[in-house]
Design a protein around this ligand. Structure first.
Ligand code: NAD
Ligand code: UD1
Length: 353
């Protein structure tokens, strides 16, 4: 990939972005993280440096700031962009749809315009399995009709269509929208991972908090679905496998123009109770749970058809569910230790000062 040396990663300090930045650096790319830290911590940049031996360059910019984005791309000399930056909470998007349109869609318009002006015309975009909506049978194939049940999902659909229109308007553009299934786990070093503020909405971060005693019991949202154990099925994928999928997509874009959508999942699914039991194996003890009512909007089954990813990107996921849970658990313990040691240092600082 001689023509792809410098990659700009928007949202590179976030959960999936940070793992992808580390993987890119380990493959020899020069990386600049563009992030406003609205949902991440600047200390992640240093921790990526601990993993790879070199901190990525950092541009602290908000994609909604059009002038800042344009002036960054004028100077950056970027060969391609991986675009993670955006808001991602489904419930919040229903309460504040305009914030989602402004940040996700508005931010992407600024990004594409700045890239276009700078002659940087390759982009990998973080889409989601949520674009398959609730009408398609599993496994989900990229050719199926899309639908979106909430404003967050709609931003993903609209951005996919924007990318399709951009590539149709100018043959120099190439774009891939990667439709992630359920990314979980953490880097095996325990240095980076998923670290939501407050009570997590998503399953694995919630179980992690039960496992370390911060939450009492998992609430299993419904055990009366038409599935083998009555709980919902999802295609969980290790975040490090997902990160590698982005590198394969970059390689693809180096050789092809046009627009592609590609599922990134394992092609297998696990139930809520199976995930809980895998986490028990990882942390070495039984975890408490209660059966709760169904969560509104949940789809019983989500699973990727992964043939296109194999065919086009020569990529497939490798890690199994226990590995995903083991790495999540390792990160959770290390994160707890880091927090406690910061608290001790702060306390000592106060007492000494
Ligand atoms: P994340 O919130 O951890 O990371 C997003 C990063 O983008 C954060 O560091 C945040 O500070 C930054 N950001 C947000 N708005 C910005 C702006 N206007 N300017 C600059 N930086 C901004 O999320 P994640 O889990 O790493 O997800 C990354 C992408 O993948 C998102 O677009 C998300 O919608 C998509 N996605 C995530 C999942 C998932 O389960 N995590 C599933 C499907 C798709
Ligand atoms: C959620 C998002 C989706 C996003 C995906 C990526 C919603 C409605 N959807 O999907 O847009 O692309 O994350 O990861 O938020 N569960 C429990 N107890 C809990 C938490 C979850 O039983 O405390 C169950 C849920 O009912 C679901 C499964 O676990 O069946 C997975 O839930 P979650 O991790 O929130 O992911 P998704 O619902 O698949």
């Amino acid at each position: 990939m001689g023509n792809m040396k410098h990659i700009v990663v928007t949202g590179g300090a976030g959960f999936i972005g940070s793992h992808t930045v580390a993987a890119l650096q380990q493959e020899g790319f020069a990386v600049t993280v563009l992030d406003n830290f609205s949902n991440s911590d600047p200390s992640v940049i240093g921790r990526i440096g601990q993993i790879t031996g070199q901190c990525p360059a950092l541009a602290e910019i908000d994609l909604r700031d059009r002038d800042a984005v344009f002036s960054f791309f004028r100077e950056a000399g970027a060969d391609a962009v991986i675009h993670f930056a955006g808001f991602k909470a489904v419930g919040e998007s229903c309460l504040h749809p305009l914030d989602y349109f402004h940040n996700n869609i508005g931010g992407t318009v600024n990004l594409l315009a700045a890239m276009d002006a700078a002659g940087c015309k390759r982009i990998v975009f973080s889409s989601s399995a949520t674009v398959y909506g609730d009408k398609n049978p599993v496994p989900f194939v990229e050719t199926m009709p899309t639908g979106a049940a909430n404003p967050y999902g709609r931003t993903k659909r609209v951005i996919e269509e924007m990318l399709s229109d951009m590539t149709a308007s100018d043959p120099a553009w190439s774009a891939a929208a990667l439709r992630y299934f359920n990314p979980v786990g953490a880097h095996p070093s325990g240095l980076i991972g998923e670290n939501p503020n407050g009570i997590p909405d998503n399953l694995v971060p919630y179980i992690a908090k039960v496992a370390c005693g911060e939450l009492e019991a998992l609430r299993v949202f419904g055990n009366d679905y038409d599935t083998p154990d009555g709980t919902c099925l999802r295609d969980y994928i290790h975040v490090c496998d997902l990160a590698k999928g982005h590198i394969c997509a970059m390689r693809y874009l180096a050789e092809h123009t046009g627009f592609e959508t590609v599922n990134l999942g394992t092609g297998r699914s696990a139930s809520v109770l199976e995930v809980l039991h895998a986490y028990e194996t990882a942390c070495g003890r039984k975890l408490p749970y209660v059966i709760a009512p169904r969560r509104p909007g949940d789809i019983p089954r989500m699973q990727a058809d992964v043939r296109k990813a194999k065919r086009l990107l020569h990529w497939s996921a490798e890690s199994d569910l226990v590995t995903m849970c083991r790495d999540s658990w390792h990160f959770t313990i290390m994160q707890k230790e880091r927090r406690e040691s910061h608290a001790v240092h702060r306390h000592q600082g106060v007492s000494e000062g």
